[in-house]
Design a protein around this ligand. Structure first.
Ligand SMILES: [Zn+2]
Length: 452
């Protein structure tokens, strides 16, 4: 039984993951993500899909990050009526992330209209908070390691991928053919997440390549974090950590909790300034599999939670050294932008990123040494120290991906390298061909392949 696969995103970029699978007379999406970063990528969010959303039978979701789930509200708005199949933690995280995304889309459009810096009049949101809330009714979670029959011939199963809470590797079986979607692959030996499940067989494999040409620093993140916090506090500055609200914020709190316990950092206050990260911290205690319940509680208690906007603004007015964790992680939106405007021009402060920064984002520009970034229509000078805790990444690096691939007992017929910027995808292709001798393809946007 054959399958037809069309790459509608997550190729040539780490964002917009969206694969159309046609099999057994039906039509499915694996992931349904937003394009983020460069403007020419973001514009793809507005391009109509090659299929009518009404004709899609189901969406199967690897995990909750917006670059994998953030298009769902639009899909539902445009008529999709099938189930969104994912793990329970992914559903709970999407219930936090998608409404926030709708809210941000509305705010951005509103802000652009108010300040007249959009080329479109009026600027419209891609979808609204209401659209996002409506999409939540379509979620139909299933547990890890359970088969879900999608049609007579087709079934799927989720395997733990590490990465973030609920993240899954998808095994899709159609007749005798097994297609494996790695989703975003976590790291082995992570402090807070389980190792990605070894997969022993795949006829076809889609493997992510975010870090396909890189190796994470072997340095202990706690050493680097301690050094930066001590250095910054020593010069009377504040450490601002732009962080992904889900997952990263909680691992940062875990490391800060451990550093405070060991008295390796001064007793300066830590603030978690992101309502979404606060909600995600509750889910961390519910779904976290590696830490004890007591460790989870202590992790979440290390920071003071800032829920309201007034409290958030008050943080910047108070000049005493502190640590602020605020979303979004690549400084593309959210409350962190207001902190950046006030804290980035002061050389005493540190802007500490915590993981991959996609091309075209402010985080990418700043970690590459930009002297200023544009925020809300005006340029903000960057005089603060800028650093990146790369090793806190939730993605396997090239060596770790190769090690995971070596679990397969026989080579797949074809391996598709996805979810990477061009250099990273090509770097991984090269290594897989050289070291494993597998047949690899780096697909392009809107490519279609027949899997037989
Ligand atoms: Zn992800």
């Amino acid at each position: 039984m054959g399958l037809k696969l069309t790459f509608l995103g997550g190729v040539g970029t780490v964002t917009g993951s969206k694969y159309l699978v046609e099999a057994d007379g039906r039509c499915f999406f694996v992931d349904c993500g937003l394009f983020q970063g460069f403007k020419q990528l973001r514009l793809r969010n507005w391009v109509p899909l090659p299929v009518d959303p009404k004709s899609i039978d189901a969406v199967i979701l690897t995990h909750a990050h917006l670059d994998h789930s953030g298009y769902l509200p639009l899909l539902v708005k445009e008529g999709f009526r099938g189930p969104i199949i994912c793990t329970p933690a992914t559903r709970d995280l999407c219930a936090i992330l998608l409404p926030d995304s709708g809210h941000l889309q509305e705010k951005d459009a509103e802000f652009a209209n108010r300040h007249g810096f959009s080329k479109h009049h009026p600027a419209l949101p891609l979808y609204t908070l209401k659209d996002a809330e409506a999409s939540l009714a379509r979620f139909a979670p299933i547990a890890f390691d359970q088969d879900k029959q999608l049609s007579a011939q087709l079934r799927v199963r989720f395997l733990p991928a590490g990465h973030i809470l609920g993240a899954a590797i998808i095994e899709m079986t159609c007749g005798d053919t097994k297609v494996v979607f790695s989703g975003d692959l976590g790291r082995p030996n992570s402090a807070t997440m389980v190792d990605p499940t070894p997969v022993q067989h795949a006829d076809y494999l889609l493997i992510e390549s975010t870090y396909g040409n890189r190796k994470h620093e072997a340095r202990d993140p706690e050493d680097m974090l301690a050094e930066i916090v001590n250095r910054t506090a020593g010069r009377g500055g504040t450490v601002l950590i732009p962080s992904f609200a889900v997952g990263r914020a909680q691992s940062l709190m875990y490391h800060l909790y451990r550093l405070k316990q060991a008295r390796r950092i001064p007793g300066i206050p830590i603030f978690l300034d992101s309502p979404m990260a606060i909600d995600a911290s509750d889910l961390f205690c519910k779904y976290e599999q590696k830490l004890s319940a007591a460790e989870c509680r202590a992790t979440c208690a290390v920071a003071r939670y800032v829920n309201d906007v007034e409290g958030s603004k008050a943080l910047d007015r108070d000049p005493t050294p502190k640590i602020i964790i605020s979303a979004s992680g690549m400084a593309t939106g959210g409350r962190v932008l207001h902190h950046l405007k006030l804290l980035a021009p002061d050389a005493r402060n540190t802007i500490l990123f915590a993981g991959f920064q996609a091309g075209g984002t402010r985080g990418d520009a700043m970690t590459r040494g930009a002297e200023s970034v544009k925020i809300h229509g005006s340029y903000v000078p960057i005089r603060a120290e800028v650093a990146n805790l790369h090793m806190l990444s939730a993605h396997a690096d090239a060596d770790e991906i190769l090690a995971w691939l070596r679990n397969l007992r026989t080579p797949p017929k074809k391996t598709f390298i996805t979810h990477g910027e061009p250099d990273a995808a090509d770097g991984l292709r090269h290594r897989i061909e050289e070291e494993l001798g597998w047949h690899c393809v780096v697909p392009e946007y809107r490519d279609t392949v027949e899997l037989t």
